[in-house]
Design a protein around this ligand. Structure first.
Ligand code: ATP
Ligand code: MG
Length: 417
């Protein structure tokens, strides 16, 4: 049996499956007890495409974390990623009918429900409904309208949507692995909780999670989510380029990338020579680090140009005062923030390592764990609000940074109806 107070975050990525088992301390902190990271199987572009293979990787990752933690995982909070994720901005409006025209939590919930009622293709479902801001009569830019008096309440909200089948297959794979999902959270929403500081979100920031086969962009403006998009290019494309460019088997190209890779040729000295394996029985060869960087750089440039496009599409470039935070496995590549700054222009860029927890501090060095850590942190945010489903829902709509944490029953109803 899992100990009470145990929270398990499961990030089923295209490159690796990461698990964090953490406990909530009496002081309300997240203490990481165990981690698991295994090669992913049966997942393409962030989506489960082979239930059997994915379930084996999920079981192996969770079991590793359980052994390290010395406790069972219990129910898991799983992330959903992939290029089917799509953010949409929506508006809701209601007339205030309460006594004295005072806005209560009930009105906030009603206006959020109104914002939720957008026409979506049948195969798509809302994963999170995140409030951005409210207006009361002609007073706009209201962060919390509760207690105000007015006749008309409007809400702007960001809807994070995804394909129903992607959630369906993720759930099947987790269940086949012998575990059950307590909640599902969109991967970038979780990553943001682990790597972005509150003041960065307030000032405006771009979260860029570069994984194995996807790059996820989530833009925060004035503390609220403004734009969510997933680009189907990631670190595995860089590895493929190295394999082709240096004629290396994939596994060797991956190793060369992690050990010697640099994001920009200017950052690698011509005189810095590395030894790489050869195909077949041939002896190892030497190449300058700069030659490796010249293979890596164009793909990264492509990735950040696509990110730039998303920022332009959202028309909020000048609202991103805190700049960009790059996270995910590929964020560990030497010089990645320099490359991002070079492409994104005047924006300051930093690498985002997961934080907000104690124990297993080596995880803080691994940006690839951002989503898994964020899942646990998001659950903690929910733990401090009332647990009854209706209350959770109210609080989730009222808080500017909350998604709809749902118990499995609610999630089933919503995702599979
Ligand atoms: N130290 C490192 N230096 C450079 N690249 C790294 C390092 N560690 C991991 N990577 C790269 O990060 C990528 C995997 O990142 P991550 O684990 O975040 O992906 P994922 O979550 O499984 O994939 P996705 O989110 O696209 O579904 C791989 O391409 C891997 O080569
Ligand atoms: Mg990922």
């Amino acid at each position: 049996m899992a100990k009470s107070g145990i929270i398990t975050g499961l990030d089923v990525g295209s490159f690796s499956v990461k698990t964090i088992i953490a406990e909530l301390t009496a002081e309300g902190e997240v203490n990481v007890l165990g981690t698991g990271c295994v090669e992913s199987k049966g997942v393409r572009k962030g989506v489960v495409v082979n239930i059997d293979a994915a379930s084996q990787a999920i079981a192996a990752s969770i079991e590793k974390a359980e052994i390290m933690a010395g406790t069972e995982a219990g129910g898991v909070i799983a992330s959903i990623g992939g290029d089917h994720l799509l953010g949409i901005n929506s508006k809701g409006v209601i007339g205030v009918t309460s006594r004295n025209r005072e806005i209560t939590e009930t009105e906030v919930e009603r206006v959020m429900e109104s914002a939720r009622s957008v026409r979506l293709p049948a195969e798509r479902e809302i994963i999170h409904l995140v409030p951005q801001e409210y207006s009361v009569d002609d007073q706009d830019e209201v962060k919390n309208p509760v207690g105000m008096t007015g006749t008309r309440l409007e809400a702007e909200a960001h809807l994070i949507t995804g394909l129903k089948t992607a959630g369906d297959n993720l759930m099947k794979a987790v269940e086949k692995a012998g575990f059950f999902i307590e909640d599902i959270i969109a991967a970038p929403y979780a990553a943001a909780a682990a790597v972005l500081a509150g003041d960065e979100k307030e000032l405006g920031a771009a979260l860029i999670d570069i994984g194995g086969s996807t790059t996820t962009v989530m833009l925060f403006v004035e503390g609220a989510v403004w734009h969510t998009a997933v680009i189907p290019v990631g670190g595995m494309h860089v590895t493929n380029d190295i394999a082709m460019g240096l004629r290396l088997p994939h596994i060797a190209a991956e190793d060369v990338k992690v050990r010697y890779g640099t994001a920009m040729p200017e950052l690698a000295a011509d005189t810095d020579i590395i030894e790489i394996p050869s195909l077949g029985d041939r002896p190892p060869r030497t190449v300058p680090k700069r030659a490796l960087a010249e293979i890596i750089a164009p793909r990264l440039e492509e990735i950040f140009r696509l990110v730039q496009k998303e920022i332009d599409k959202a028309e909020c470039r000048e609202l991103l005062g805190a700049g960009a935070v790059v996270t995910g496995g590929l964020a560990q590549l030497n010089g990645i923030s320099d490359m991002a700054e070079a492409v994104l222009g005047t924006m300051p860029v930093r690498v985002g390592h997961p934080k907000g927890f104690t124990g297993m501090l080596d995880v803080t060095q691994n940006a690839g764990f951002a989503v898994a850590v964020g899942l646990v942190i998001k659950r903690l945010e929910e733990e401090v609000v009332p647990k009854a489903p209706s209350q959770r829902r109210e609080r989730a709509s009222a808080k500017s940074d909350s998604g709809f944490g749902r118990k499995i029953g609610d999630w089933f109803k919503e995702f599979f109806s």
